[in-house]
Design a protein around this ligand. Structure first.
Ligand SMILES: C[S@@+](CC[C@H](N)C(=O)[O-])C[C@H]1O[C@@H](n2cnc3c(N)ncnc32)[C@H](O)[C@@H]1O
Length: 242
């Protein structure tokens, strides 16, 4: 782990329960995804790739087997990526996926709830289907630390599950998300059983949601967040509802 960028917060070492262990899913993760959601999760991750083309320093957290990181490195030949994951096997896959661009990736085996980040370093943060492994309180705490680690013009790309507040949400999305949590609880030991209120957490930590796309009638969301002090006419906070 490069201490200039990230360091383990010793005081918090035992504060949170152990993170889920995704090691044994590392090789099969992409096939599990394909059989359940086909290409849709991949489409969610790629929505804002154009906005990432001019970025120079990315922090990618919980990218799993690294397909998104590999695509980012391919599309942006100048970017350097710090990748944090609690799973060693996932990080190995991520390095492998990066291929000849692997020299621009620095991997950090760490629980993101327990790392201190270098100040004002990153102009891009990406968390695809990571926040759903955390509680609302943990998302808010992470967001506050990320805010300090971001440059003034940084963007934070979030892909997540959501439960729309309508009949579809109650009858279809909620049981589906509950089923996914039960499956991942069994496979990885994940103890979380409900989605964090990530929008509330990010807003409380000082971020504004500037873009959003939904898929599967709102079950999946791709979002672009910015730090609120730089909010301008282009990024006036809007009310985004599920
Ligand atoms: C559900 S998978 C998502 C993988 C990928 N980003 C995607 O889009 O499908 C969650 C990933 O986050 C990692 N993860 C979960 N909790 C974590 C934590 N507290 N700290 C760091 N990584 C964590 C897991 O090891 C796994 O690689």
């Amino acid at each position: 782990m490069r201490s200039a960028t990230l360091e383990l917060n010793q005081a918090d070492r035992f504060a949170s329960p152990k993170p889920a262990n995704f090691d044994r899913l590392a090789r099969v993760y992409r096939w599990l995804e394909w059989f359940t959601f086909g290409p849709i999760l991949w489409q969610c991750r790629c929505v804002y790739l154009d906005e990432m083309k001019s970025r120079k320093a990315a922090l990618v957290i919980g990218d799993g087997d690294g397909r998104f990181t590999a695509e980012l490195l391919k599309r942006n030949q100048r970017i350097a990526v710090d990748a944090v994951d609690a799973s060693n096997a996932m990080l190995r896959q991520l390095k492998q996926q990066a291929g000849h661009n692997a020299s621009r990736v620095h991997v950090h085996l760490a629980d993101v709830r327990q790392v201190n980040l270098a100040p004002c370093k990153f102009d891009l943060i990406a968390t695809h289907f990571l926040l759903d492994c955390l509680t609302t309180v943990e998302v808010e705490s992470l967001a506050r630390r990320l805010k300090d680690a971001m440059t003034f013009d940084a963007i934070w790309i979030v892909s997540e599950f959501a439960i729309p507040d309508n009949w579809y949400g109650h009858l279809i999305a909620r049981p589906l998300v509950t089923g996914l949590y039960i499956a991942f609880g069994f496979l990885t030991g994940l103890s979380i059983r409900e989605l964090p209120r990530h929008r509330e957490a990010l807003q409380t930590a000082g971020f504004v949601l500037t873009k959003q796309q939904k898929r599967m009638w709102g079950l999946l969301v791709s979002e672009l967040w910015e730090s609120s002090p730089i909010a301008n006419s282009r990024s006036i906070p809007k009310v985004f509802k599920d």
